[in-house]
Design a protein around this ligand. Sequence first.
Ligand code: ARG
Length: 490
Amino acid sequence: MKKKNSQPNSPLDQSKKKTKLKSNSQKAGVANPMPWGGRFEESMNELAFDFSASFDIDKVLFEEDIEGSLAHVEMLMLQGIIDKIEFQKITTGLKEILVELNSGNFKTMGKEEDIHMSIESRLREKIGPVAGKLHTARSRNDQVALDERLFLKKTAKRMIEVLLDLQLTLLAKATEHEHDLMPGYTHLQRAQPILLSHHLLAYVSMFERDKARFTDAAERMNQLPLGSAALAGTSFPIDRLWVAQKLGFREPTLNSLDSVSDRDFMIEFVSNCSMVMMHLSRLSEELILWTSFEFGFATIGDAFTTGSSIMPQKKNPDMAELIRGKTGRVYGDLMNLLTLMKGLPLAYNRDMQEDKPALFSAIKTTRQSLQIMSAMLKSTEFHKERIESSIENDFSTATEIADYLAKKGVPFREAHEVTGKIVGFAIKNQVSLKDIEFNTLKGFSSKIEKDLYQFLDPKKSVAMRKSFGAASPDSVKYQLKFWKKKLVQV
Ligand code: ARG
């Protein structure tokens, strides 16, 4: 035991040092610079401070922080909790700080752990101790929840704008290629002929749902958490309804505990980002396939591709690959948030500060991916001839034979069987469906007449798919009209 104690790194040694430090600082009368300093005798360990500081990440929230503070302080004045002069001093100070932050002239003291404390310290520097009144009847717990909701309500709007831009790009491409035939796939095997416009418009529908999800999320988070204070509300006669209205919230939240411990709104937002990325990743995958030598359906503009330093013929779809790759990052952000919140007891826990890196990463990645996809698509050229000629001999009109027989009273299962045999014959004899002799066809079913040939033309086949929402030119015309009316402002 004795030996151990004499080692310089033994726990006992360290605790001795600690005690010494403590008494030193007491002697020297070093005040704890933290806002909770009153109860503490020792200042915060430097490593612990660095570990817990979040200013570099949450500084993004400065605008919302000041917006929230301005509304809060006005309510405090209207409710007689602070006087008019105090209100004016605080408001002027906060507005000046906003200018500093916007112009990049904001200087932190270096001792504040987050954006909320930094703004308050700067305010104190500017207007003196009255700055301390700003924090009356609130806590950083409801303050940060407010900032995040304000920020995400705005971000939802911006996300909807970039989604709309991508939809408009897709709509323009679909209009340009309204009548171009292309093979439709299931299992990545040739299925039935469709129109390229129909394919592109499928994505417009997907991104419309994504927009609606952001609108829904913004509506659900449209409740004011401020006034919940640390967890249990406040004894000050605050007016949460007034603050809610002032800040553009539908209503105040109903339960103070829930208000400060809730990050559902953020998880929902990042889940929406994940869904957008999943859609973008599918489109990316298609672009990657379509621009391959094997498909040769499209070429992405030079500005959005890269070459190879060793293989001169290469033109790589890196942006599409990166969108596909970054989808994993956003899914990771979603898992990060879900895992972060799992098992947290009510109400606020410091773990929750870790919500921001995941949130900001998901937003940045999703927004950039949407912007890149839109610009890259604009630069993409589709090769009509190559796409259309690829359908010539692919048997993708076989379903027409089955439908033809079914319309003549043959049960569909039987019609399918007969058609399968015809396709088998064509493959064996290396002949396309429309080049099989009439007598041979008749041999497969007595119901076959010469009029069948017209349906083996891919153009006719597409034109016949007239059911609502189908791939026919009529249906595409309807879709184009629908989206133009809905998305294009006149
Ligand atoms: N920086 C903190 C966060 O983002 C603010 C809330 C701190 N509250 C507290 N009780 N320590 O979560």
